[in-house]
Design a protein around this ligand. Structure first.
Ligand code: 5GP
Length: 198
């Protein structure tokens, strides 16, 4: 197991409805030294790629994206969940269905923050059905910028998002991929990854 898989096995809690709770280290209380290792590993996996900006989504992607950005030396932009109307057209807008809240929300990014020369690394804490990532990809496309890669902390490999995003041709790097998890026994099975650095 790599460092993140070990932490998930030790402190993650499997809940009914295919939800993994990681709120003691990832998305409520945050272990920033773990985030630093996640950032270092993203840097290793995207070595050689030109990246000018990191884009994530409010709220739980922000912490990981910020610490990862220290390794890439680029700014972080987060898509804001918003009900505001785009009166003067200054926003890129995408619709995202929340996996955890089961509602459709608009996320917005100010047009001045992404330009067409940007090469963007998308970062998020979880990948489930891929709606959040599809929204971020749509925003990058609206800006006519490039998605240079996608870094995810935890992919739930038994949901469709990973396959959909990989089929679109993006370099998607998930540091832990869960093939199955059982809320009755608490058992979590991780997918073996070839490029794992431990
Ligand atoms: P997707 O859009 O890929 O279906 O879901 C991704 C988003 O839903 C992530 O930004 C994450 O915040 C949330 N999410 C999805 N699955 C889980 C889960 O099992 N546990 C937690 N804590 N959040 C999740």
């Amino acid at each position: 197991m790599n460092f993140l898989e070990e932490r998930i096995a030790a402190d993650g809690v499997v809940k009914p409805g295919n939800v993994l709770k990681v709120d003691t280290f990832l998305n409520h209380q945050m272990d920033v030294e773990l985030f630093d290792k996640i950032g270092e590993e993203f840097k290793r996996r995207f070595a050689g790629k030109e990246i000018t900006k990191i884009l994530t989504i409010e709220a739980s992607g922000i912490g990981i994206a910020c610490v990862a950005a220290m390794h890439f030396h680029v700014p972080v932009v987060f898509a804001k969940k918003s009900k505001s109307i785009n009166i003067d057209g200054e926003l890129y807008i995408a619709e995202v269905e929340s996996f955890t809240h089961k509602e459709i929300r608009q996320v917005v990014v100010s047009k001045k923050l992404i330009s067409r020369d940007d090469k963007i690394l998308l970062i998020d804490d979880f990948l489930a059905n891929g709606c959040a990532l599809q929204g971020l990809i749509s925003i990058v496309n609206q800006a006519q910028a490039e998605v240079a890669g996608i870094g995810i902390a935890i992919e739930k490999g038994f949901q469709v998002g990973g396959q959909v995003i990989r089929n679109l041709g993006y370099q998607l790097e998930s540091l832990a991929i869960i093939d199955s998890m059982d809320d009755k026994t608490g058992e979590i099975v991780f997918r073996k990854q070839e490029n794992d650095n431990g």
